[in-house]
Design a protein around this ligand. Structure first.
Ligand SMILES: Nc1ncnc2c1ncn2[C@@H]1O[C@H](COP(=O)(O)OP(=O)(O)OP(=O)(O)O)[C@@H](O)[C@H]1O
Ligand SMILES: [Mg+2]
Length: 337
């Protein structure tokens, strides 16, 4: 077993990547929890079923994948430790919640392992906002016994998908809380940014129009929505409107970032752009994005616009690749010393 791990710390899900022989393996937990009143009987039932939970102030907190099932059963919304890509600094409990979930995701892993974890880029035009999140998450992982290093989420897409261009290209991760973008040249990040219109924005905006619960909208969206241009029901029609809004915001962000960045490397050949993340999943997304990008003057020549091989695990895989490379570097310098 390789001694390195990759972790995608997402607003919506936590994904852990490891390498088992030649194969990449992944485990996932929903980054959410529900609280239920404490009763000894309930606690015993949860323990017997192997459901991850913790106790807090006379309540039981059920976290991870099981949280969605409980929320649906009890007709309540799940709660989240993170919002728009980062831990909420005004909710001191959010760190403790995230730690519980990381603990169950990392159960069985040998402490001392090197782990690279994804952090979002600052929103376009700002350079603040992710420091608290990155430091806190790193500290939680260290407390659990791992050697933690942050890696930019968009850069992780490049590492996960662009070996064949020697890690040159544009990585895009369309998640729940944020869309993250990174331009890398020969594995080095040139610039990165995020925009706050992503999956959660689509859910809550659509819910506000149709009068549904956001969790219900999300289920419908994930189940059978695609961007075909023809919509058979009102919900799909509204979803498409907000999808277009997300795409437009991303395209404007890309154009602005590429137009305003002064240190753009002189690219000798066209570079790829790869789309990953849950929000890029519906059929027709790639085509819709390409069409929108072609409508603006984009200052860089692209060799292709393609979907990541496995959009839900791309960033965790990229983080793992970074961790393995870092381990090799450490071994090389130890051998030299
Ligand atoms: N099959 C699907 N079709 C449509 N949307 C999907 C699908 N699967 C997941 N999603 C949506 O993708 C989003 C989650 O994507 P992802 O897991 O990449 O985000 P994350 O990494 O947790 O969040 P972030 O990167 O913003 O912090 C959610 O809005 C979810 O509803
Ligand atoms: Mg993500």
């Amino acid at each position: 077993m390789n001694n390195a791990l990759g972790l995608d710390v997402g607003t919506s899900r936590l994904v852990l990547a490891a390498k088992d022989g030649d194969a990449f393996t992944y485990s996932r937990q929903l980054n959410a929890f529900v609280t239920i009143p404490y009763a000894k009987m309930t606690e015993r039932a949860l323990r017997n079923e192997g459901v991850p939970y913790s106790l807090d102030n006379g309540q039981i907190l059920v976290h991870g994948n099981e949280a969605a099932r409980f929320a649906d059963l009890l007709q309540m919304e799940t709660r989240r430790p993170m919002d728009r890509g980062v831990l909420n600094p005004s909710e001191p409990e959010s760190g403790a919640r995230l730690k519980e979930m990381l603990k169950s995701l990392l159960a069985g892993r040998t402490p001392g392992q090197r782990i690279f974890f994804t952090v979002p880029a600052a929103p376009l035009g700002e350079d603040q906002g992710v420091t608290y999140h990155a430091a806190t998450t790193g500290q939680l992982l260290e407390e659990l016994g791992f050697h933690a290093t942050p890696i930019n989420e968009g850069l992780a897409v490049v590492y996960g998908e662009m070996e064949n261009t020697n890690y040159s290209g544009i990585g895009v991760s369309l998640g729940g809380g944020l869309v993250n973008v990174c331009l890398a040249y020969l594995s080095m990040p040139v610039f990165s940014f995020s925009t706050a219109k992503a999956g959660d924005y689509i859910d809550s905006s659509t819910a506000a129009v149709t009068g549904d619960l956001a969790t219900r909208v999300r289920l419908a969206k994930e189940e059978d929505f695609h961007l075909s241009g023809v919509y058979s029901n009102k919900l799909h029609q509204v979803l498409a409107v907000y999808y277009d809004d997300v795409i437009k915001t991303l395209v404007n962000g890309l154009r602005e970032a590429f137009t305003n960045t002064r240190n753009l490397p002189k690219l000798s050949r066209p570079i790829p752009l790869v789309l990953s993340g849950g929000t890029a999943m519906p059929r027709g997304f790639r085509d819709r994005f390409e069409k929108a990008l072609m409508e603006v003057e984009f200052p860089v020549r692209l060799s292709e616009i393609r979907m990541a091989a496995a959009p839900l695990t791309t960033t965790a895989k990229g983080a793992l690749i970074a961790a393995m490379a870092d381990m090799e570097d450490a071994q090389t310098s130890a051998a030299r010393a």
